[in-house]
Design a protein around this ligand. Sequence first.
Ligand code: FAD
Length: 558
Amino acid sequence: MEASVHQITCDVVVVGSGLSGTTAALSAAEDGADVVLVSLGPLFSGSSFYPGTWGLGCVGPENTDDEDEFISTILEVGQNVPDPKLVSTLVHETPLALAALEQKGVKLTCPKHADEQEFIPCFDHKHRMWRGIQRKPYEQTISRLLHQSNVTIHSGLEAIELLVHPHCDLDSTPGLTSAPEKATTVCGVVCFDHNEDSPTAGQLIQINAGSVVLATGGSGGLFARRLTGYDVIGSAQGMATSVGASLTNIEFIQIMPGLIGAGEGTVFNEKIFRHVTLTNLQNNPVLPAQDTHKILEARSEHGPFTCERISREVDFALARAGDKGLLVRYAPKAAATTNSCAKSADINTTNELPEFVDVYFTWLYEHAGITINDTMRIAAYAHAANGGIAIDSDGFCGVDGLYACGECSGGVHGADRIGGLASASALVFGRRAGYAAAKHALHIGENRLRSHKENLSATTTYNTFEGIDAQTAALLTSHMQKTMSKNCLILRSSQSLDQAARELSLCLDTLNANATPTNEAVAYARAMRLRHQINHAQAIVAAATRRTHSLGAHCYTE
Ligand SMILES: Cc1cc2nc3c(=O)[nH]c(=O)nc-3n(C[C@H](O)[C@H](O)[C@H](O)COP(=O)(O)OP(=O)(O)OC[C@H]3O[C@@H](n4cnc5c(N)ncnc54)[C@H](O)[C@@H]3O)c2cc1C
């Protein structure tokens, strides 16, 4: 049996079209590279373009005098886990990256009202320079520029394997597997085409490139309940380690409260906590009686869980409640009042509401039909990853030809991350990775890539792949996700992590036992995705097991 694989050749292939991928693609093209941008989701997808949010907040230093203080605060909040060099690059270049966006014509939101101007980002202690990146203005301008720069865009393509050669020689046909024993060079990526109406639907596409930039987002896809883009599947981190890259700080995953049942998958605005009662499904309080107010007040100050503050009691209660979740009721008497009033006609209250409560519930009503009088159920969700593929300040992963940026990369953030730094990191390191990848590809391109382009045939045939059937893949994926949510979310212990390690290796064994030779690309893609996801999940469990004390987002209960 043989299967055909379609071929594309370019200087730089960028995988992922969220904020970091689109930034990297445009930057590489600006430097003269011939760029292909592929993504599992549509152009402008991933957590960057999560439906139902207005856009992304981005923070940077207030001015140059603020830079050193901001760097030390990021390191302090990150518990000295972040790489100081990456943090320094991030802080110095965020204003440049935002200015570059504005010069391109992307209109950014600036704080106007006093409370916005004085807004303190989550986990920070003072206000900073804040800009809002709104979806529409970003999409309109950047899609025009991507087209003007001749970036070839393929959405609906899932990267399933990196192409490597011990000593890359593009005159010979790259193989489809990659377990490097010696220094490797990444020469491209193999993708599966999910588009039903494309001529290559259900087939493999091999993209040969001088450089590959991974911009695939965080680890949400490894968890059963997640507040990340649906297309953030968390496989590329496993792909990167399969060619010799390292992962760093991956045990630090932001965990957020979100709605379950009505409004499932909707972010719960933490600022509301100071105005609510929190009970279990039997209506019994779940917080220590004497400190309830103090705990809820503290929990109102940050979105993701941290074990560093008394507010952790809320998240511990959520962890204990598990899938059932907790009940939240808005308690108007507790609310401080301002002059603003609820915009939604369905909010049946005469109380004047604090502005953010008003804004949140008005949005919640429009988004999910939930009013301020409804009892909400909340549970813990996996959210953004603070760690990922280890990079240097050019997004280089330490493997020739491989770069990463944005949430799939690691080292920029630590045990806790100040709110608004994920988008800043996507912009700063997206630019840097794009430029560095272009430079690398154009350098080798003169010697090898160009001649290869001319000689390459449109399709190549391969011997059969190892694939897996849809039902087994779905069962194993679900088991992996439940295992991670149950054992590696808020409360971690040596026992729960051992259990997770056992379950994950069982998943891998079952995958191997069920993988059979096939020429069906879809079966191959399933097997590769799952293998990389399980490898990534195993790496997270191993990292959490090694860190035997609690720190920020990682809570070790022994
Ligand atoms: C609801 C919500 C609100 C947030 N608010 C903020 C905020 O205000 N400020 C802030 O700083 N951060 C915020 N974050 C975090 C921030 O959005 C992300 O960290 C950041 O946008 C990630 O950008 P990215 O480009 O690295 O990845 P993403 O935007 O997640 O993009 C990933 C891309 O990779 C593609 N992809 C994934 N796997 C593959 C594969 N195998 N093959 C091909 N393509 C693949 C996806 O289709 C997608 O295009 C928020 C996140 C969420 C979910």
